[in-house]
Design a protein around this ligand. Structure first.
Ligand code: BGC
Length: 405
């Protein structure tokens, strides 16, 4: 049977046959919002249905820094979970170097992952030519979400670019509504920053910044100016706010816009709102912008427990199976990682993402281009600039030195 079409039932049977019924799978992840929890429940329910025992270990903290710390400490300390979530890119490079992860090459070959995954995504997942992680979705962090009803009320045109968004935000101000819901946490501020960067100079400026680590030049300066301009549209309650609470403001009509990855769409879905009807979306860099490769993988630490690896591999196969890809991603707000599943019924925002993948408009993200250390330092510098009156020249200098770490 073609691996694409292997049914959920077949995968589940294989799990049972492999002895997964005896297997307890402890899974560390950072999916604690309503939409995220609903998404991971799809995996948990399927694993449980196969007779396995799913032990959920959610670690709160959007963007996952806290979860990754717990995972690193536990794995290095000899008490690894069965599986743990990471983003694509370099976050799990260190634990591979330490020899702490099982490689998934045999199931990847069996499941034809090299064929299923678009080339650039394959490159983002593989390390030294090997699969140490199962990819489960494609997220793009550079989305903008808006409340359609509020925009209509303010007489604002629905934007497709950041320039048009500023026009609409002025109208929202005019009717006394918070134009932009931002969660004032470093990683969220940095997402807004990278959205502005793409809107300002597209792929070229993005690569100049994160690949060449070059922040000289008018494009980067312009990005800082525009980013600072956004501050004038944010409410006083922003500092410290979780991302999903910012999304809730848009859902409930308390704010017009949010710049956030499409995991925010999982919140709209969870609130029974429909894309194109209740809320709208556009990509921060405009309709033809490259889709920065983001999203999630699971890794599987080596374990001394008997049969652990069998269950780990079956869990990986379940996660990437066609039926799970549809069920999970519809809830998560992301798009399936494999190109052979039926996506025709997905919403209009997902269709824009799928089109980008089809056209190969994919961009290696900062997670792939920077070490976690350099990325963290850069985000700290962005946050300092956002939260203070730091002069632009000083900010450019500190961002440049962060990138070169
Ligand atoms: C992950 C998403 C998650 C988001 C918010 C991102 O890094 O890729 O799956 O929903 O963080 O926590």
């Amino acid at each position: 049977m073609n691996p694409c079409c292997k049914s959920a039932a077949a995968i589940l049977l294989a799990l049972v046959a492999a002895g997964a019924h005896a297997q307890r799978a402890e899974v560390i992840h950072w999916w604690t919002s309503g939409g995220e929890a609903a998404a991971i429940k799809e995996f948990a329910a399927a694993y449980t249905k196969a007779g396995g025992t799913w032990v959920d270990t959610p670690i709160a903290g959007g963007g996952g820094a806290q979860a990754r710390t717990v995972m690193a400490n536990r794995t290095m300390g000899g008490d690894p979970p069965t599986a743990a979530q990471y983003n694509y890119g370099r976050q799990y490079e260190e634990i591979i170097k330490e020899g702490l992860l099982i490689d998934l090459n045999d199931i990847a070959t069996k499941g034809n992952w090299d064929k299923l995954l678009p080339e650039k995504i394959r490159n983002a997942v593989k390390v030294n030519g090997k699969y140490y992680a199962v990819p489960i979705n494609l997220h793009n962090e550079n989305w903008v979400w808006f409340n359609k009803g509020l925009l209509a009320k303010a007489g604002a045109k629905e934007p497709t670019t950041l320039d048009e968004m500023f026009v609409a935000m002025d109208k929202l101000k005019g009717i006394g509504v918070t134009p932009l819901a931002i969660g004032g946490q470093g990683w969220q501020e940095a997402i807004a920053f990278r959205g502005v960067l793409l809107a300002t100079g597209g792929q070229e400026l993005y690569n100049k910044t994160f690949k060449d680590k070059d922040t000289s030049g008018p494009g980067f300066r312009k990005t800082l100016e525009t980013f600072r301009r956004l501050k004038g549209y944010v409410d006083a309650g922003s500092p410290g706010r979780d991302w999903n609470l910012a999304t809730a403001m848009v859902i409930q009509g308390k704010a017009g816009f949010q710049m956030m990855g499409d995991w925010a769409k999982g919140e709209f879905v969870n609130a029974n709102q429909a894309a194109g009807k209740d809320y709208g979306c556009f990509m921060a860099g405009g309709p033809k912008m490259p889709y920065a490769i983001g999203g999630d993988v699971f890794v599987f630490p080596k374990s001394k427990k008997k049969d652990a690896e069998v269950a780990q591999k079956k869990l990986a196969e379940l996660m990437i199976s066609a039926p799970m890809q549809v069920a999970f991603n519809n809830r998560k707000g992301s798009i399936p990682i494999r190109t052979d599943v039926d996506t025709s019924k997905m919403d209009v925002c997902a269709q824009a993402g799928l089109q980008a993948v089809k056209e190969g408009r994919l961009l290696a993200s900062d997670n792939e281009l920077l070490t976690p250390d350099a990325k963290g330092a850069f985000e700290d510098a962005v946050s300092k600039f956002w939260n203070s009156g730091q002069p632009i020249d000083d900010a450019i200098k500190s961002m440049a030195s962060a990138l070169k770490r």
